[in-house]
Design a protein around this ligand. Structure first.
Ligand code: UT7
Length: 333
């Protein structure tokens, strides 16, 4: 009998400090940078974002999201035999944030120590990270190398923003989202489709690196927004059609589109190309901003907890971002 993977629990975490566009505009004005709520809402759909306080790392947001996902799945950390964290803002250069998350979860209780020893690693695919991580976990479960995985997206993008660059600093936020993905006889994940084109590495990057005890190059985010925008709208519907074809489904089978939450205009364009009305798109960019690898699991968890996404429904996840990377996952909840 074929082995499948299925999401059995979702969770998320937003740091408590919430900044509206007006709050951010006031902060930026003190630095001599001009922006407005009107510009940000019109161009992006973003109204607010959450920023982590100093001392809160991606692993902290990941652990909080993972605990919720484990509770929703009705299992403890000891039941997990694979940990994958998608992040571009890891706690350290190494070890992986996944290893730090595994350790923190193991400290929750005596039985939780059982999570120690299972494989744990990070996936670095920037804003496509969660879709990549979910596809990898699905493949490992199908191959029989894991039974129950924690798949997490967690970011503290506020740490890599240039607050003197209004074209980028108003776009991003911090957060974490997680799912428990379990082996079973019925699908679950119906199809996955991943891509990258490294020729475009320069249009969205943090070019700095650590060398000889110093940071070499600029350690803050750089983005050619229009180039990213054009590439994103050009590839997302193709990835969507690819997973539909692999799963033997059509656009009409999609109950919910949960795209990477970067810009409402990109999401609307993809939905239009797929013939989906706005009522079938989960939107959280207004309240979260762009949380990179955390954005899809944050949106998924919010849709599950508000009762939008229900068991048995067909959901299309789509990620796009730095690399240039993109991909889609079609799944039955
Ligand atoms: O997560 C990975 C994926 N990332 C994305 O999907 C991001 C994709 N790109 C975008 O979402 C959009 O390109 C942006 C939201 C980044 C920018 O929107 P845009 O409509 O492409 O604006 P633009 O870059 O063409 O800038 C238009 C104007 C410029 O002024 P001039 O040259 O027309 O006078 C900018 O200087 O808006 C100005 N501007 C701002 N004004 C007020 C740029 N940023 C701001 C700002 N506040 N924060």
């Amino acid at each position: 009998m074929r082995r499948y993977s299925r999401i059995t629990g979702t969770g998320s975490c937003l740091p408590p400090r919430r900044l509206t566009n007006a709050d951010l505009a006031a902060d930026l004005a003190r630095r001599g940078i001009e922006t407005s709520d009107e510009w940000i809402v019109e161009r992006t759909g973003i109204r607010a974002r959450h920023f982590a306080d100093a001392g809160t790392n991606s692993s902290d947001l990941a652990v909080a999201a993972a605990r919720q996902a484990l509770d929703a799945a009705g299992v403890g950390p000891e039941a997990i035999d694979l940990v994958i964290v998608a992040t571009s803002t890891p706690d350290m250069v190494f070890p992986s944030t996944a290893c730090i998350v595994q350790h923190k979860l193991s400290q929750l209780s005596e039985p939780a120590r059982g999570i120690l020893g299972c494989p744990a690693f990070d996936v670095q695919a920037v804003c496509s990270g969660f879709v990549y991580a979910l596809a990898v976990a699905d493949a490992m479960i199908q191959a029989g190398t894991a039974r129950r995985a924690l798949v997490i997206g967690a970011e503290v993008f506020s740490r890599i923003l240039d607050f003197d660059d209004r074209t980028t600093c108003v776009l991003f936020g911090d957060g974490g989202g997680a799912v428990v993905l379990e082996a079973g006889d019925t699908p679950g994940i119906l199809a996955t489709d991943l891509h990258a084109d490294g020729r475009h590495a320069g249009i969205l990057c943090v070019p700095g690196t650590v060398s000889g005890g110093q940071v070499l190059g600029d350690p803050l985010l750089k983005m050619d927004g229009q180039a990213v925008f054009k590439l994103a709208v050009g590839v997302l519907d193709k990835a969507a059609r690819a997973v539909l074809e692999k799963a033997g489904k059509t656009e009409a089978d999609i109950d919910w589109l949960i795209p990477h939450q970067a810009n409402i205009r990109i999401m609307q364009s993809t939905a239009r190309k797929l013939g989906l009305g706005p009522d079938r798109v989960v939107v959280t960019v207004d309240e979260h901003g762009n949380t990179s690898a955390a954005s899809i699991p944050l949106a998924l968890d919010s849709a599950v907890r508000t009762g939008k996404v229900r068991p048995g429904q067909t959901v299309l996840l789509e990620g796009v971002g730095g690399g240039f990377t993109w991909g889609a996952v079609l799944l039955s909840m």
